[in-house]
Design a protein around this ligand. Structure first.
Ligand SMILES: [Zn+2]
Length: 196
């Protein structure tokens, strides 16, 4: 499959293919920007990346190079090759319009849910009831009392993560459009995607 390089503008999404064995590199261009990332098996989209299954299989919620990310069918779907940041999120669902209504009293706010759904629609995938992405560069801190706080990302400009596709994939990524919280350092910025 061909190489690909694309800047995903701030607050937007992008869909693309990656063939088995290709590397997907996602770069936080300006720093402190979360990218919600989902991948589906190209020849059977009932199989997708599953952060919950990954946590179950790895017995942890922090990945390092060499770790495998699993599908909902407990198959290796991505492998972490390189990671400049080391802080990503497995537990939050993609932000969606209804979240902005509930938490910020804002209507019709752009969202990762809509960005991902729109990107996947180009490949014929229908909108899921909810997206459960691997949230790249998202800094979620769980307190000893069980509290969950989304802190400012620790990613700096140019930090990237490289993932190897373990099957032919349809992928979608969203430069998270939340400027209301520390999630993206209060400023939404672009993400770069490369496949090679
Ligand atoms: Zn988001």
């Amino acid at each position: 499959m061909d190489r690909l390089e694309r800047i995903v503008p701030a607050m937007e999404g992008f869909g693309f293919r990656a063939a088995k064995g290709q590397t997907i590199r996602v770069t936080d261009v300006n720093g402190e920007q979360v990218a919600d990332f989902v991948v589906y098996r190209a020849d059977d989209p009932t199989e997708r990346i599953d952060p919950n299954v990954t946590m179950d299989a790895l017995h942890k919620m922090k990945v390092v190079p060499g770790d495998i990310l699993y599908s909902n069918k407990y198959q290796p779907i991505l492998t972490v090759l390189k990671d400049d940041c080391g802080v990503h999120d497995f537990i939050n669902a993609a932000c969606r319009r209804e979240m902005y209504e509930l938490l910020y009293d804002k209507k019709e706010h752009p969202s990762c849910h809509d960005n991902l759904s729109l990107a996947l629609a180009e490949f014929g995938l229908s909108e899921p009831d909810q997206h459960y992405p691997f949230n790249l560069f998202m800094n979620t801190v769980i307190g000893p009392d069980g509290s969950i706080t989304v802190k400012r990302p620790v990613s700096r400009a140019g930090d990237s993560i490289e993932l190897r596709a373990e099957m032919d994939l349809i992928c979608a990524i969203s430069a998270c459009p939340c400027s209301e919280s520390e999630c993206n350092g209060y400023v939404c910025t672009p993400i770069r995607v490369e496949v090679y």
